[in-house]
Write a protein that binds this ligand. Structure first.
Ligand SMILES: Cc1cc2nc3c(=O)[nH]c(=O)nc-3n(C[C@H](O)[C@H](O)[C@H](O)COP(=O)(O)OP(=O)(O)OC[C@H]3O[C@@H](n4cnc5c(N)ncnc54)[C@H](O)[C@@H]3O)c2cc1C
Length: 512
């Protein structure tokens, strides 16, 4: 029984960025086929002609369409091993300006053709998969920093900008940081972070992406471009920024982003502690958060993950790292010392180990070749509910036949609760359908356990296709409000149909 090992040989490019292909499509991308779980909408030649006239680049060759039609959703990676995709787009439009995005939307809206926004394609829930075919709107060419205001600490950035490049430019040219550092920083874009409501590893200091958004430019389905937010705070009706943050390309396309900045950190401190009980360790995190100055990183691994990563035996392991102004960092570490006085000290070098490996990605090809099925489930709950969410979810997923391991860590904390990030790994039999049946059973058992214990559906990966089936249970009647907003903003339902648990104008998705 062991979790898959991380590999260092997986090719993560550095530089302005491009999507990373997680596994090869068996038989080659040109031969890949849709699984036939939804109606595939073709794009008539006359519409293609209009798109070509309006947009910098439009690709229709089979290999490009297939390759662009997938992301890092674990089940999609397994399907790729059979040369299959959830859906295949008929065309990939690559606009270079916001006006071109608007023009593509206008044309597709007139023709009732589905449009799915796609950028880094690092989503892990199938959110950017064009399940009904149609047009993929690839935003990677809308890339770069427009301006940095280092007096007000606001950056204006284009949505297709990849994270590692963005952060490198901010630090080296402007001495500032956004502070958003997801594990997938080199795989993902600013627009994807916002569309998925993402979280970075330093979120306790800098916030989640929704806390960083000052304002957005959004292209609606009919091609209207609107500007939301823009002020430090406002009382001008509901916050329209937040309508689009997390909307996963179903309500509008983000074509411009203003984000909050911070001075690049001047100081850093690290510490590590060990606990005999996961619940006690969670409670220590709670007490630290109550004091009002948490360190940027406060990661608590359960004993299984701690031992697997750091060989710490039966202890649960808490890693802390803070960065920023020296006075702030010293104060947050004084609070840590206070609240963790009775905990065992662990080697602070373990934080260095985490830092050294924090963006490494397990090779999906090796996992699949090893016959393993896996995924991660990141959820939130109140401090009161978290111990039960942990116990019930781990027990529920371990009870699913073929599970080898289910473990968790706490990685983002707030005064009222925190995120638990579960990982499960199973070894289903090597026959048709067994992988998918196991995967779906583990997700169903885990999600029901989380919701029953008072947790929520997702902290930062979002919903996409994989979690769509749980949206009614998670949101209850509030799902109706989301449907009403969708119908008002996108009456023809062209934007990313089949996602977020919303009804689709193009028919049903026959999965799972
Ligand atoms: C190894 C690995 C580690 C990860 N670690 C983290 C992590 O630490 N934190 C985290 O939050 N996530 C993480 N993720 C998930 C993923 O990286 C994020 O969801 C990321 O925000 C997706 O960005 P992207 O550019 O790849 O978007 P895509 O995958 O291309 O698209 C995701 C969704 O956003 C929509 N979209 C993209 N751009 C726009 C736009 N401009 N306007 C409107 N809609 C748009 C798409 O339609 C789709 O619904 C990880 C993924 C992997 C593979």
């Amino acid at each position: 029984m062991s979790t898959p090992t991380k590999t260092t040989d997986f090719p993560i490019p550095l530089g302005p960025g491009a999507p990373v292909i997680p596994v090869d499509l068996a038989g080659g991308a040109g031969a890949a086929r849709a699984r036939g779980i939804a109606n595939s909408v073709a794009v008539p030649d006359a519409v293609l002609d209009r798109l070509r006239a309006a947009c910098a680049k439009v690709d229709t060759d089979a290999a490009t369409c297939a390759e662009t039609s997938r992301d890092w959703w674990a089940l999609g990676l397994r399907w790729a091993r059979d040369g299959k995709l959830a859906g295949v787009a008929a065309a990939v439009a690559r606009p270079r300006t916001a006006a071109q995005v608007a023009a593509v939307l206008r044309i597709c809206n007139d023709a009732r053709v589905p449009v799915t926004a796609v950028a880094g394609r690092s989503g892990v829930c199938g959110a950017s998969v064009p399940v009904f075919g149609g047009v993929l709107l690839d935003l990677c060419d809308l890339s770069g920093i427009v301006s940095v205001d280092d007096t007000s600490l606001v950056v204006d950035v284009l949505p297709g900008t990849f994270g590692d490049y963005f952060e490198h430019e901010l630090r080296t040219k402007h001495g500032v940081t956004v502070g958003h550092w997801p594990q997938s920083i080199a795989l993902s874009t600013v627009g994807g972070w916002i569309a998925c409501r993402g979280a970075g590893q330093l979120s306790n200091r800098y916030g989640k992406i929704e806390d960083m958004v000052v304002g957005l430019d959004v292209a609606l389905a009919d091609g209207t471009i609107l500007r939301t937010g823009g002020a430090p705070r406002a009382a001008v009706g509901p916050d329209l920024n937040q309508l689009f943050v997390g909307s996963e390309g179903t309500l509008g396309i983000i074509v411009g982003c203003r984000l909050r900045l911070h001075p690049a950190p001047a100081a850093e401190r690290r510490g590590a502690w060990a606990f005999r009980s996961f619940a006690d360790a969670l409670d220590a995190c709670r007490r630290v958060l109550r004091r009002g100055l948490p360190p940027a990183v406060l990661r608590l691994y359960d004993a299984h993950e701690a031992n697997h990563k750091y060989q710490t035996g039966d202890r649960h392991l808490l890693l802390a790292l803070d960065e920023g102004d020296r006075a702030v960092v010293d104060a947050s570490f004084a609070i840590l010392a206070d609240e963790l006085a009775s905990a065992e000290k662990a080697d602070p070098e373990l934080v260095g180990k985490w830092m050294g490996h924090r963006n490494e990605v397990a090779s999906p090809t090796k996992l699949l070749e090893g016959g393993l099925a896996w995924d991660t489930m990141e959820v939130t709950g109140s401090w009161r509910a978290l111990p039960e969410i942990y116990e019930r979810t781990v027990a529920a997923v371990r009870a699913v036949k073929h599970t080898l391991v289910c473990s968790a860590h706490q990685s983002h904390a707030y005064t009222d609760g925190a995120c638990l990030y579960f990982t499960f790994v199973g070894r289903p039999p090597d026959d048709d359908g067994a992988w998918e049946a196991y995967y779906n059973a583990a997700w169903t058992a885990g999600t029901h356990a989380v919701l029953a214990a008072g947790g929520n559906l997702s902290h930062h990966h979002g919903v996409g296709m994989n979690r769509a089936r749980f949206m009614r249970e998670a949101l209850g009647p509030a799902l109706g409000t989301l449907v009403a907003v969708k119908n008002a903003l996108d009456p023809n339902g062209i934007l990313n149909p089949g996602k977020l648990g919303l009804p689709s104008s193009f028919g049903r998705v026959d999965w799972p």
